[in-house]
Design a protein around this ligand. Structure first.
Ligand code: ATP
Length: 436
């Protein structure tokens, strides 16, 4: 049973060091979170799993890492200065603020329940504005990027020139984005600082419909391949009134959160909107010349845009389970081995000096290839339970027999089954069980 209440995961994550409220010793900073020892590893694994599928496994996508700070020109050209807004309303009774498009009833305040107390909607720009350098004048204005995508568009010509790719090809990026959300909510689902994993896939205009279908299916499949059950996912095409200013068609991959289906990722047909806009504003040519056909054209773009932090919440919620082992209740995160903070833990049966050298030797050997946790505190049963709760797929136990028979036990998180394996075969056995 996946988690039905967000608090189950929020509490586990706080208690075990996945996610802490930011600046907690100062009372917290609304909507900001810090990723602790386990969360930092898991978030990195989520991003790596995306890069593996989107870049490493393909020969038609390259990775970049563009600046977070940018000049206003980028955001003027992209339309974000004019259009990246949410409609904001204030309740004149309780003074709370809401995003009009996210209210169930546009006339009733969800906070105090009064009708007809909302102000007229105002368009609120979500970009964080700052200044670059010591002088506060108009020339110093800079923005924190609200999406990573523009980094791909403004580098289109650079990448084309340096990689000699030709459409269909993609530019991928993973990194932080910032939005001054009116109502950050639901833990790491909607925060003002978050991480995105985005691909701009450039195609000949006539092929864009086909590639749009392809990426919708491929992205939905990625979540399933990494352990989210099919019934917790759906692909939802946007209605005409919902489309972003640049989009000719968008579908969202949605996940069944405890509050209902909500977005994990948007797959948008951005047409040639961005390349044309940047070309017009910068005066640079941003198109592609096909030498085989002698045709020059501005490629269309299909953009699968996912949130890394939001996706991490979905992986945690769907992996959460409670069951019973030997009559004892346990909490277990059935995370995909590639996403678990630690794929392996080494647990010497006791803290006795006699076991420590061999246990350390095994930890060192495994850590050449895997991130390995090492734990020698408390009884072995409790240590298994701790590893289950943070999703460690395999525990390697070193016991007193190990000193004689040069073998150790591998315990499986999901089945709790144990298997004796010679130390010499340990790496191969783990590789076999984890699948990497
Ligand atoms: P929403 O409608 O939820 O505000 P969006 O449609 O504006 O999201 P996109 O611009 O399509 O979002 O961004 C792509 C992805 O980036 C989203 O699907 C989501 O996973 C992630 N994302 C966007 N905003 C946030 C946020 N404030 N906090 C965490 N993740 C976010």
């Amino acid at each position: 049973m996946p988690a039905t209440d967000l608090d189950q995961i929020v509490n586990l994550c706080k208690r075990r060091g996945f996610v802490y409220p930011s600046a907690e010793i100062y009372g917290g900073f609304r909507s900001a979170y810090d990723y602790g020892p386990l969360g930092a590893l898991m978030l990195r694994n989520v991003k790596n799993a995306w890069i593996r599928a989107m870049v490493q496994a393909r020969d038609d996508v390259v990775l970049i890492d563009a600046a977070i700070l940018g000049p206003p020109q980028i955001w003027e050209a992209s339309g974000h200065l004019a259009n990246f807004t949410d409609p904001l309303v204030d309740c004149t009774n309780c003074k709370n603020r809401f995003r009009l498009d996210k209210l169930d009833d546009a006339d009733t305040c969800p906070s105090c329940g009064k009708h007809g107390t909302f102000t007229e909607a105002r368009q609120f720009n979500l970009m964080f504005k700052t200044q670059a350098g010591p002088v506060e004048d108009a020339g110093a204005v800079a923005y924190l990027r609200p999406e990573t995508a523009q980094g791909m568009f403004v580098n289109f010509a650079n990448v084309l020139q340096t990689t000699r790719k030709k459409p269909p090809f993609g530019i991928a990026q993973v990194g932080k984005s910032f939005r001054n959300e009116i109502t950050p909510q639901n833990w790491i689902f909607r925060t003002r600082e978050f991480e995105q994993m985005e691909l701009q896939f450039f195609v000949p205009p006539a092929d864009s419909g086909r590639w749009y279908e392809y990426w919708c299916n491929e992205r939905l499949d990625w979540y399933m391949r990494h352990g989210i059950p099919a019934e917790m996912l759906r692909l939802r095409p946007h209605g005409p009134g919902e489309l972003s200013h640049y989009s000719a068609g968008t579908s969202d991959v949605e996940f069944r959160f405890p509050w209902g289906f909500d977005e994990l990722e948007g797959i948008a047909q951005r047409t040639d909107f961005d390349l044309k806009a940047h070309s017009e504003h910068s005066g640079e040519r941003l198109d592609y010349f096909d030498q085989t056909t002698g045709e020059r054209y501005v490629p269309y773009v299909i953009e699968p845009a996912a949130g890394a932090t939001r996706t991490m919440a979905a992986f945690l919620l769907s992996a959460y389970d409670e069951d019973e082992v030997n009559g004892e209740a346990r909490t277990v995160l059935r995370l995909h081995p590639r996403l678990a903070p630690y794929p392996v833990a080494v647990l010497p049966l006791s803290r006795k000096d006699t076991l420590t050298p061999l246990a350390h030797e095994i930890r060192t050997m495994l850590s050449e290839r895997y991130l390995v946790d090492y734990d020698e505190t408390q009884a072995i049963g409790r240590r298994y339970r701790r590893q289950d709760e943070v999703g460690t797929p395999l525990c390697v136990t070193v016991d007193f027999d190990s000193l004689d028979d040069k073998a150790v036990t591998i315990r499986d998180r999901d089945t709790t089954e144990q298997q004796r394996v010679p130390v010499d075969d340990l790496l191969a056995a783990i590789n076999d069980k984890l699948g990497f």
